[in-house]
Design a protein. Structure first.
Length: 731
């Protein structure tokens, strides 16, 4: 008896056995099947064909339907899926379902249906010109089709005023027929490919391009170029060569919504179709982009993290832009790292991959040092712009008003007086992070989290950024009834308000998640910002990514101290990346830019190294620290998280895990269990157990046995738990 094993969209870490109808063809791995599951009918993918099952034969259910002949995913992607599910310890069925468009999961055909057209039959073509004059509408329909003998779609006919009734009547008379067009030719070659002339490369760019284009098989290149050094131009010319060779290119970028300019540059350069894949697509749009990529009908795909799973018929190149960006790591459910999966994919497809960044992740730098990745550097700004001058403003003993010291305020005034723009970077939205009673010291707290809600003024509310809970701020202190409740600390709204008051008549643009919630709002703000004349931009992280603000000549960062003392071991790396990225926004035009940092720690070694020697030197120092501590990339981590309403349950569960790890002598250290940095969030008590090994093999050997063991524990059913391999945030 032949049985198939099926991966189903289920949280269970297992595949399910089914019988095939007698005489049925045996589907190959990766083919979609519809099967009964409990009271549901589910669609899953065949993983294996076996001849025995642990399930008693009488209980084995029959496959309802085999949906396809060919597998849903090309072979390399299928292997990648199985690898990723195993590597990230995620149920295969659920991982696969995240890789496929919703409509494919629901059973829509893998291939786009051929477009249907109406056209005249031979009999219709033989008709005399006024043969239908007694039926005016049919006569008109016939005339239109007689002018378009190759056929027209229903939509086109409708647009030409042809009624459906008339067509059906003509069909009845066998004068017209409805037929499917032949399959569209794959690899639609667009000639000429270029819509604009490429720039003449500078020496560094040309050297990088010639090394990149010299390779065809698998090879990882770290393209490390300061902001504005022309990495994008190098990608464009590399891509051009790959497209000319008839291959497809996949580009991963951090967040499409934040980088419309990047997408626009690819569209401006090439005349071929560009598929943009992001979370804002409708199910139908996603389905057609996926089908087109899979069939090889579209050659250039740009997308965010999940686009790494886009099937390609003719893979030629993968590019991961801003490879250090945190958004490449999925922080829940299937916790994969888009960049790392992309590297593995390039290896399986045997194609080159380029990781680009001005501030590469320490992991990537370590991979260069170990000889696994090749490094290409661009050290000069292309187009002649100068790199900004960075300096610290020592806050010690200085009066600070609305987050800014006197020197900073003066610099803003002077910059505006020259008709230039100022960017104030504050990574905290809202008006103030704390609301405090001046009489008794009471502070507003979130009732569901160990956190303080942020005070917002636009509109007025106390909003917990951790659980989303919102409430009206109290008018009187709940503790002493005083009405002297004060906002403490500075967020973007407060800065905006203070800057408007200080600089009447100067436009102040605030860019954060609140001000850009409305569709098109970000684009509107960006358009305003690009108008000439003095202006102030106040913004969060959103401003640090990918935008070019050529008119900004002064960047101010009011608060870097918080990040210098972050509890997360990656805090220093993230701060260094952020500072360099923000600095990169300034002075891209003809005028040089400056960046000023307000700090109480101007002698902090990280700041000193970063400002005097640059990112790579700072990264080397941080790598040395990680080496000493055995932390990534010098060590390998997995984080077990557990949470429940009752505080003791997650603790008990993770204690059992810790004991098992120690007693099992796996060579993996278990740190904890300890309360999570935010021990209570949205009403749940959260506990962490951090696992650390000196090498990846050891860690994965443990996980392979530990995870099923944990799954079987009775205490596992009383908590919500998860495992995060290569965690990026220890929260
Ligand atoms: P990056 O991606 O490294 O930030 P970009 O590719 O966006 O850099 O280039 C920065 C600016 O320099 C852009 O305005 C770009 O058009 C320009 N540029 C890039 N390469 C060249 C070149 N070879 N000659 C002239 N200008 C260039
Ligand atoms: Zn009070
Ligand atoms: Zn909360």
């Amino acid at each position: 008896m032949k049985l198939i094993q099926v991966a189903l969209p289920s949280p269970l870490r297992q595949v399910f056995d089914y019988r095939l109808p007698a005489g049925a063809a045996i589907p190959v791995a990766g083919v979609r099947v519809r099967v009964p599951f409990g009271r549901q009918a589910l669609i899953g993918l065949v993983t294996d064909v076996v001849s025995e099952s642990d399930v008693p034969a009488a209980k084995l259910k029959l496959v309802t339907e085999v949906l396809d002949i060919e597998p849903a995913l090309p072979p390399a992607l299928w292997t990648l899926a199985r690898w990723a599910a195993q590597y990230y310890q995620h149920p295969l069925g659920d991982a696969l379902s995240q890789m496929l468009p919703v409509l494919i999961r629901q059973g829509e055909p893998l291939l786009a249906p051929h477009p249907q057209v109406w056209r005249l039959t031979a009999r219709g073509q033989a008709l005399v010109p006024d043969g239908l004059r007694r039926a005016a509408r049919q006569q008109q329909a016939w005339q239109v089709l007689n002018e378009h003998l190759q056929g027209l779609s229903s939509t086109a006919l409708q647009a030409l005023g042809v009624s459906r009734e008339a067509l059906l009547a003509l069909q009845e008379k066998e004068l017209v027929e409805r037929i499917a067009l032949a399959a569209p030719a794959t690899a639609i070659a667009v000639t000429p490919l270029l819509a604009e002339a490429p720039l003449a490369l500078n020496t560094e760019q040309a050297a990088a391009l010639s090394l990149l284009t010299a390779q065809t098989g698998f090879r990882v290149t770290l393209l490390q170029g300061i902001t504005g050094s022309g990495k994008t131009e190098v990608y464009l010319q590399h891509i051009e060569r790959v497209l000319q060779a008839g291959k497809q290119v996949l580009i991963l970028v951090p967040e499409i919504g934040l980088t419309p300019q990047t997408v626009a540059r690819f569209r401006a350069r090439f005349r071929c179709a560009v598929a943009v894949l992001h979370s804002g697509l409708t199910d139908n749009e996603r389905l057609s982009a996926w089908r087109a990529a899979r069939a090889g009908e579209v050659s250039l795909m740009i997308g965010t993290r999940s686009a790494v799973f886009t099937p390609m018929a003719r893979p030629g190149l993968i590019i991961v832009d801003e490879e250090h960006d945190l958004s490449f790591k999925q922080q829940e459910g299937f916790r994969y790292h888009g960049r790392d999966v992309a590297v593995r994919r390039a290896q399986l497809e045997n194609i080159p991959i380029v990781l680009g960044s001005a501030t590469p992740a320490l992991e990537s730098i370590a991979n260069v040092q170990a000889g696994r990745y090749q490094r290409l550097s661009l050290t000069q700004r292309a187009g002649g712009a100068q790199a900004p001058v960075v300096r610290c403003l020592d806050l010690r003993g200085q009066p600070v008003q609305d987050g800014l010291c006197a020197a900073a305020r003066q610099a803003i005034t002077e910059t505006l007086a020259r008709g230039e723009q100022v960017l104030v970077f504050m990574n905290r939205r809202g008006f103030a992070p704390v609301m405090l009673c001046h009489d008794c010291g009471w502070q507003a707290e979130c009732s569901r989290c160990d956190a303080r809600p942020t005070l917002h003024r636009d509109p007025v509310r106390l909003h917990c950024h951790h659980c989303g809970f919102e409430q009206a701020p109290p008018r009187h202190c709940p503790s002493c009834n005083s009405s002297d409740l004060r906002p403490v600390g500075v967020g973007t709204e407060r800065l905006e308000q203070a800057l408007i008051a200080a600089h009447p008549g100067i436009p102040v643009h605030r860019v954060d998640r609140d001000s850009t919630r409305r569709k098109g709002a970000l684009q509107g703000l960006l358009d305003e910002i690009h108008k000439p004349g003095p202006a102030i931009l106040v913004g969060t992280q959103m401003l640090a990514k990918g935008h070019h603000f050529p008119r900004v000549t002064l960047v101010l960062i009011p608060d870097v101290d918080g990040a210098l003392f972050s509890a997360d071991f990656r805090g220093g790396e993230r701060l260094a990346q952020l500072l360099v990225q923000v600095a990169g926004r300034a002075g891209r035009g003809d005028k040089p830019g400056q960046m000023w940092l307000q700090t109480h720690q101007p002698e902090h070694p990280l700041l000193v190294t970063l400002l005097s020697q640059g990112y790579i030197a700072a990264a080397r120092a941080l790598l040395n620290e990680r080496q000493l501590l055995g932390l990534p990339p010098a060590g390998y981590l997995a984080l077990l998280r557990a949470e429940a309403t009752r505080a003791d349950l997650p603790l008990t569960f993770l204690q059992q895990a810790a004991v098992e790890i120690v007693q099992g002598k796996y060579g993996v250290q278990a740190w904890g269990p300890v309360p999570a940095p935010m021990a209570r969030k949205a009403g749940l008590n959260r506990v962490h157990l951090l696992l650390k090994a000196d090498d990846r093999k050891t860690l994965h050997a443990l996980l392979a046995t530990l995870v099923p063991w944990l799954d079987a524990l009775p205490s596992a059913r009383q908590v919500r738990w998860s495992i995060d391999v290569d965690p990026q945030e220890l929260q």
